[in-house]
Design a protein around this ligand. Structure first.
Ligand code: AHG
Ligand code: MN
Ligand code: MN
Length: 338
């Protein structure tokens, strides 16, 4: 009888590390700890309807949004996991105004910093719809042994060492990249392990799904309005009309488009000239994953990972997904009157 052949996340991480000369296992250890926190948060998410973790925690986060209890829980778990890894000297979280530095002796010597959106799609918690966690890892610029500095966090996305997300969906998956392609792991709750289920993910060059909050149509730039009309037109050669799909959790919308081919758009609007999504916690990690899967991510003009962050909670417009679709919408943005 042949046994159930599985590759666990930890096994995979260690195997990858063995291919990198001089790697000491620090990043592997950091990713391992992120995997542990993901399992803890997953358990809580699954029980959200049973125990008193639903609803708002009352506090307003730095974006002026009401924090849900699960946001607070996820933030605490991932912060603790990163602190315990001893590989990380500090974090920036969507839920905190300032960076958090880890000042114990081991962490001060940590080589990495992490930016995270501990719970993405929080408006979907109460209604049993997919939510996620997004993370992004950089090598620190400040000297090891000293406190992490703001400058360590304001690096271009291009400098990312690793990025990924966890989607708490119909099954829970962890998808990540270290710049050698994108790999997806599904949580087998029976054995409590993330198992390699989607090796070397490549997104289709072109797709048939467009995802954006069309309720904001009147506030969209003309190029986006034109592109929406293009998506809705009938054309058998390009398989239009496309399907509209919008969950309202970036992780879930991005994941579906990554697997099936599609475009996700959160544009600038009159009232929000930089869009809604945050460069450090949402756009850069998704851009790294998109590019590693053969897709694209821009702000409508410039590659997301080439943008120089000015502030921690900076927002930027996001156009990401299948390469041809992103290039197509960029054409509409450049020439909205054609
Ligand atoms: P968060 O829950 O971390 O604040 O993120 C919510 C984000 C993102 O997940 C989603 O794509 C977007 O907000 C939805 O915004 P709209 O409700 O404006 O469409
Ligand atoms: Mn988010
Ligand atoms: Mn969030």
């Amino acid at each position: 009888m042949t046994g159930y052949k599985i590759t666990t996340l930890n096994e995979f991480i260690i195997r990858r590390q063995a291919n990198i000369p001089y790697a000491k296992g620090e990043l592997s250890n950091l990713l391992h700890h992120i995997g542990i926190a993901a399992k803890v948060v997953n358990k809580k998410v699954n029980k959200a309807g049973l125990v008193d973790v639903l609803g708002e925690a009352g506090a307003i986060n730095v974006q002026g949004e009401t924090q849900q209890k699960l946001d607070v829980f996820a933030d605490m778990q991932f912060t603790a996991a990163l602190r315990n890894s001893s590989e990380c000297c500090g974090i920036a979280s969507e839920e905190n105004q300032e960076i958090i530095t880890f000042d114990d002796e081991l962490s001060l010597d940590g080589k990495y910093i992490v930016c995270m959106d501990p719970l993405d799609g929080s408006s979907n918690i109460d209604v049993n719809v997919s939510i996620g966690t997004i993370f992004s890892v950089y090598r620190r610029i400040s000297p090891r042994g000293e406190k992490a500095q703001l400058g360590d966090f304001l690096q271009k996305g291009n400098e990312q060492i690793a990025a990924g997300y966890i989607i708490y969906g119909s099954s829970t998956m962890l998808v990540y990249t270290t710049g050698l392609g994108v790999n997806g792991f599904t949580l087998d709750t029976g054995i409590g392990e993330f198992c390699l289920s989607h090796p070397n993910i490549k997104t289709p060059e072109n797709g048939g799904i467009y995802s954006l909050n069309e309720g904001n149509y009147n506030k969209f730039p003309d190029g986006v309005k034109k592109y929406i009309k293009y998506c809705q037109e009938k054309d058998s050669e390009t398989n239009r009309p496309y399907s509209a799909r919008y969950i309202g959790s970036l992780v879930a919308d991005f994941h579906r488009n990554l697997m099936k081919g599609g475009i996700f758009i959160y544009p600038e609007t009159e009232s929000a000239p930089n869009g809604k999504l945050r460069l450090l916690y949402e756009c850069n990690p998704m851009a790294f994953l998109a590019e590693q899967a053969g897709g694209k991510a821009t702000d409508g003009d410039t590659r997301i990972m080439d943008l120089q962050p000015e502030t921690l909670h900076q927002r930027v417009p996001l156009y990401t997904g299948s390469k041809q679709m992103v290039e197509n919408v960029e054409g509409f943005l450049a020439n909205p009157n054609e």
